[in-house]
Write a protein that binds this ligand. Structure first.
Ligand SMILES: Cc1cc2nc3c(=O)[nH]c(=O)nc-3n(C[C@H](O)[C@H](O)[C@H](O)COP(=O)(O)OP(=O)(O)OC[C@H]3O[C@@H](n4cnc5c(N)ncnc54)[C@H](O)[C@@H]3O)c2cc1C
Ligand code: SF4
Ligand code: SF4
Ligand code: SF4
Length: 478
């Protein structure tokens, strides 16, 4: 290595540190978001950027002290650290609101105002929006609209999937030449593909121009789930809710009597649409213009302009007094970028919890004594337990690989201890491959006269790498 080149290399690291100063990115974040998730490709970009890191067992490890300079995190091909990686390509970002009194939007009423302007000025002859169902409250109903009244009636957000693409196809088949399409990122993706794939139906049809107005989106929920959550669990009739909103980790509703209620968003986890687990686009990256609330004050919307068509529509609507805007500040843009990064990380979250169903009878373990001591550094973590099956006849437990590695050839034992020391039975399962952070579920039938269950995991050498005892009373109390 030449001394000159070595000095230049050190200087580039130091320059990167200067640029990243204050960002508080560190190796622990790289470990949490990439390595622990099993997404590390062992490229070594992080190790090459810091002498405090080294490969151990094929994975980067901290071998010295981390100064939280963030250089390693910003070299990794699996993190999203640049603006295009976090929110897609764009021309400009603003914050703004409608100037029309009649518009009562979800946030700044930007989408509704753009639609009103586009329709009034014949930029589009129809719009695909989502409106209320007259029978089932909060069920989104996709619609092709052509009047100011219908556009005003369709403002606000419905937090469930709206099947808007068939409405676009209806608009095309009705002969509309230019249609504004409003959708969440997943629906904008569908339309973008239909416009750009060689076999896409919007592309092949050629008769209709589609202007894509994308919404920001972090989650959506099943409509039946919303019914169960609000009406059955919390005694709030859906007909009493006039507005739903997600802000700062809370699901807030405004009620007919102007009261408000809120729940941590995590309380609605079980009714969250499974499709959203796979989603990495916060800001409708393939839209002509994207609108959301993150980054703006209450009553304002964040506007990200991505194409010339989007910019022209926005500028004309501002010129004609439909809405007002100013550039989004650096600080507010950073809020959007940060949440954009969080959503990109969805791709590395292990989702499935493979279920191992164990049948009776378990094997008898004569003279078997489960180990009494917990290993110094257990490789596995104990998760939730629940009683399942007819008459709660089975127990389901979750164990998680608590390491940054894929564990191989493990033996999981679920041991039942009865009244006497001889009264021991066990189920044994071999796990050939257990991914980093992955949760596995084990379901086994309860044993008559159950007293205590012990969960043990052994590696292929026979060493105990995890053990946990739980009394049947505690188990059934949960
Ligand atoms: C499911 C969902 C999740 C969202 N999550 C976030 C988030 O996490 N962070 C964030 O900043 N913003 C989020 N938004 C966007 C936000 O709620 C507003 O839609 C956005 O800020 C535009 O506000 P506005 O006042 O300009 O819209 P408005 O002028 O009120 O217009 C809203 C438009 O969206 C249409 N619409 C309503 N519901 C749907 C739907 N389900 N599918 C397709 N179109 C619909 C309406 O028909 C209307 O045309 C979400 C929106 C939805 C629908
Ligand atoms: S000191 Fe090293 S390990 Fe810590 S953030 Fe900087 S580059 Fe990464
Ligand atoms: S840069 Fe990222 S992918 Fe490459 S070795 Fe480091 S953590 Fe793994
Ligand atoms: S999170 Fe993604 S998949 Fe879910 S509704 Fe929003 S854009 Fe669609």
């Amino acid at each position: 290595m030449s001394e000159k080149a070595e000095a230049m290399y050190k200087e580039s690291i130091s320059n990167a540190q200067k640029i990243l100063k204050g960002k508080k990115e560190n190796f622990a974040r790289l470990q949490r978001e990439v390595i622990n998730q099993g997404a590390c490709v062992s490229c070594g970009a992080c190790v090459a950027s810091c002498d405090q890191l080294a490969f151990e067992d094929g994975k980067p490890k901290l071998v010295g002290k981390c100064t939280v300079c963030g250089v390693c995190y910003n070299q990794c091909p699996r993190t999203s650290t640049t603006q295009p990686e976090q929110i897609g390509a764009y021309i400009a970002a603003y914050t703004g609101k409608s100037k029309l009194d009649k518009v009562k939007g979800q946030d700044g009423g930007i989408v509704t105002s753009l639609l009103l302007y586009a329709l009034k000025n014949k930029i589009v002859d129809a719009a695909v929006v989502t409106s209320k169902d007259s029978e089932q409250p909060w069920k989104p109903v996709p619609k092709v609209v052509t009047s100011e009244k219908e556009i005003l009636e369709s403002s606000g957000s419905f937090y469930s999937h709206s099947q808007v693409v068939p409405a676009l196809s209806k608009a095309m088949r009705s002969g509309y030449k230019s249609v504004a399409f409003v959708g969440t990122p997943c629906k904008i993706d569908a339309v973008f593909k239909m416009q750009n794939s060689p076999v896409g139906l919007v592309h092949l049809f050629k008769g209709t121009n589609v202007l894509r107005i994308g919404l920001f989106c972090m989650d959506s929920f099943s409509i039946n789930g919303l019914h169960t959550f609000f009406e059955e669990k919390n005694g709030v009739p859906l007909t009493d809710i006039t507005k739903m909103n997600i802000k700062e980790g809370k699901f807030r509703v405004t009620l007919r009597n102007n009261g408000e209620k809120e729940w941590p968003i995590a309380d609605l986890d079980s009714i969250r649409s499974s499709s959203c687990d796979f989603c990495t686009d916060l800001t409708s990256e393939k839209a002509d213009i994207s609108v959301g609330s993150i980054g703006s004050q209450p009553g304002f919307s964040t506007i990200i302009v991505r194409t010339n068509a989007g910019m022209e529509l926005l500028n004309k609507a501002v010129k004609d007094g439909y809405l007002e805007f100013k550039p989004l500040s650096e600080e507010d843009l950073t809020k959007v970028l940060n949440i954009g990064r969080v959503k990109k990380n969805h791709r590395y979250k292990p989702r499935d919890k493979p279920l191992f169903v164990l049948e009776s009878p378990p094997c008898k373990l004569d003279g078997f004594a489960p180990s009494d001591s917990q290993p110094a550094k257990p490789l596995v973590k104990f998760g939730e337990t629940e009683l399942v099956g007819k008459g709660q006849s089975k127990v389901r437990v979750t164990l998680r690989n608590d390491t940054v590695d894929c564990l191989e050839d493990l033996k999981v034992r679920i041991i039942h201890k009865g009244e006497t020391s001889e009264d021991v039975v066990a189920w044994e399962i071999l796990i050939p491959e257990w991914l980093s952070s992955q949760a596995l579920q084990f379901e086994y039938p309860r044993v008559e006269g159950e007293k205590e269950y012990i969960f043990e995991v052994q590696n292929k050498k026979g060493d105990t790498v995890f053990t946990k005892k739980i009394s049947a009373v505690d188990l059934t109390k949960k």
